[in-house]
Design a protein around this ligand. Structure first.
Ligand code: 13P
Length: 251
């Protein structure tokens, strides 16, 4: 049985004071929640704050981006080893906002995935189709292409030390959630795609759903066979909502 994971993606939100209140409440609330994993992915400058507040708690932390390069003249970039210095367990790669707003293509995403793993950080690989792609009937083609780019570059064994997140672009920040059936269908496709290369790895890899997950819809999503938790945007900024989603993932 895969242990569920609920990860918050704070995106570009927060400040020292609001983060402290949010982290305090999440860390305290997680003391009463068992049998699932919980993490928050915070903006780079707040990694030391997350580390100092969350170490020795039930909450892991991570980043939202990483450079594909180990070091060098890459102004503005942050390497995986720098994330290790601040105790990151996870890093999000291939989020649709990075793909569309910052021009990250499949090969860049694969390079970032491998850079993270090379430093022992678990990449959370995001895949997902736009509304236009869904309506054109090419959802499977799009998510398979995004997944294959990483499987081809990193090898299927790498998925044993990674997390996949299915995030339909049309459901992100829109309040429009995929139905549990729609999400399950794509999660099953993704798991089958990994299984074609290695059934054992496919059985173990966690596939999170992301896109307008709220306290009110988390349980029905997490009840599906191939949905192993969530990647939470807006609701991860409200401690009580995030904790309610974590409770819905309890084993
Ligand atoms: P929302 O939960 O705000 O829709 O964001 C989802 C997301 O992009 C998580 O990475």
């Amino acid at each position: 049985m895969r242990r569920k994971l609920v990860a918050g993606n704070w995106k570009m939100h927060g400040n020292l004071a609001s983060n402290q209140a949010l982290l305090d409440t999440i860390a305290a609330g997680m003391k009463r929640i068992q049998g699932m994993d919980c993490a928050v992915c915070v903006p780079f400058p707040y990694l030391p704050q997350a580390q100092s507040r969350l170490q020795r708690t039930e909450v892991a932390w991570g980043a939202q981006n990483v450079s594909p390069h180990a070091q060098g003249a890459f102004t503005g970039e942050v390497s995986a080893s720098m994330l290790v210095d601040f105790g990151c367990r996870f890093v999000i790669v291939g989020h649709s906002e990075r793909r569309t707003l910052f021009g990250e293509d499949d090969s860049t995403v694969a390079a970032k995935f491998m850079a993270a793993q090379g430093s022992g950080i678990l990449p959370i690989l995001c895949v997902g189709e736009t509304l236009q792609e869904r309506e054109s009937g090419i959802t499977a083609q799009v998510v398979n292409r995004q997944l294959d780019a990483v499987l081809d570059a990193a090898g299927v064994a790498a998925m044993a030390k990674a997390v996949i997140a299915y995030e339909p672009v049309w459901a992100i920040g829109t309040g429009r959630t995929a139905t549990p059936e729609q999400a399950q269908e794509v999660h099953a496709l993704l798991r089958a795609r990994v299984s074609d290369r290695d059934p054992g790895v496919a059985r173990g890899v966690r596939i999170l759903y992301g896109g307008s997950v709220k306290a009110g819809n988390a349980a029905e999503l997490f009840a599906k066979a191939d949905i192993d938790g969530g990647l939470i945007g807006g609701a991860s900024l409200v401690a009580d909502d995030f904790l309610a989603i974590c409770r819905a993932a309890q084993g």
